[in-house]
Ligand binder design. Structure first.
Ligand SMILES: C[S@@+](CC[C@H](N)C(=O)[O-])C[C@H]1O[C@@H](n2cnc3c(N)ncnc32)[C@H](O)[C@@H]1O
Length: 263
């Protein structure tokens, strides 16, 4: 799968921009910057998603050189992540089941396919990296989706996964934090308050996914090893939060996992 020519972004000195970007984006300043962009997501979605995509791609690039790699972006929405992977030299393909998400941006994206993450149009082991950002909480069978991502990853390749866990302060998405009082209450309150249905309905397109059960299920698998697991938006030193059952379900906010498929 290498139909699309990779582009590698250079800075003014001709050096790869990724290292320059990485140097300025780490620790707490990175977290604050992402949070600021998140608060302005409604008014400036391009800035938020472009920054989020670049940030996630940096996380993957910390585990492999992306140049020339085949990357599959599962449920990639409007394609910001696919674009960011291409800017790092990867051959990236966007598989997104919802055409309205695919066409949510003015600029269309080449190499985008309407496809469901449960049935990826990729042969066994056909991708170097299979990536999904904030999709797991939108499918009824998260482990089934992960299994399909692992199937499509070559031995030695990477699976990147991140999702907003249910007890996160943002677990109820636009209904947060009222999901803590139950999804039905949160949905009714949203309707009363805004005069329209929320975008998400629990059990339809939003499902409670937790931190502990996913970590346990993946640790038990013989076909992958977890090479990184931490709260996605926090500095690296917050990783020990994941050692604290109970607290991690609230404090993680969004779990990031990088797994390597066993050879
Ligand atoms: C919150 S959006 C995330 C979009 C993008 N990945 C991001 O991080 O901004 C959730 C995406 O998951 C997609 N999705 C829902 N069910 C899916 C499935 N079965 N397979 C693949 N993607 C799915 C939705 O269409 C939507 O684009």
């Amino acid at each position: 799968m290498s139909l699309l020519a990779p582009r590698r972004r250079k800075d003014e000195d001709g050096a790869d921009e990724d290292s320059a970007v990485q140097a300025t984006r780490s620790g707490l300043p990175r977290s604050f910057r992402l949070f600021r962009l998140f608060l302005a997501e409604q008014s400036d979605p391009e800035a938020f998603y472009a920054a989020l995509a670049e940030d996630a791609v940096q996380q993957v690039a910390g585990h492999c050189d992306l140049a020339g790699r085949t990357v599959v972006d599962v449920g990639g929405g409007g394609g910001w992540f696919t674009e960011a992977f291409r800017a790092h030299g990867a051959h990236s393909y966007l598989f997104e089941p919802d055409p309205s998400e695919l066409h949510s941006r003015e600029s269309g994206l080449a190499g985008a396919v309407v496809a469901d993450g449960y049935w990826l149009p990729v042969r066994d082991g056909g991708a170097d990296v299979v990536f999904s950002s904030n999709v797991l909480e939108h499918v009824p069978d998260p482990i089934g989706l992960i299994e399909e991502m692992i199937r499509a990853t070559r031995p030695g390749g990477l699976v990147y996964l991140s999702y907003c866990n249910w007890y996160s302060p943002w677990g109820g998405h636009e209904m947060s934090p009222w999901h803590y009082l139950g999804p039905r209450f949160a949905e009714r309150r949203y309707l009363r308050r805004h005069g329209r249905e929320p975008k998400h309905h629990c059990g339809v397109n939003l499902f409670p996914v937790h931190v502990g059960p996913v970590l346990r299920a993946l640790r038990a698998r013989p076909d992958v090893e977890i090479v990184a697991a931490r709260p996605r938006y926090y500095p690296r030193w917050c990783q020990p939060l994941l050692w604290l059952p109970g607290l991690r379900e609230v404090a993680t906010w969004n779990l990031m996992l990088v797994m390597r498929r066993i050879e």
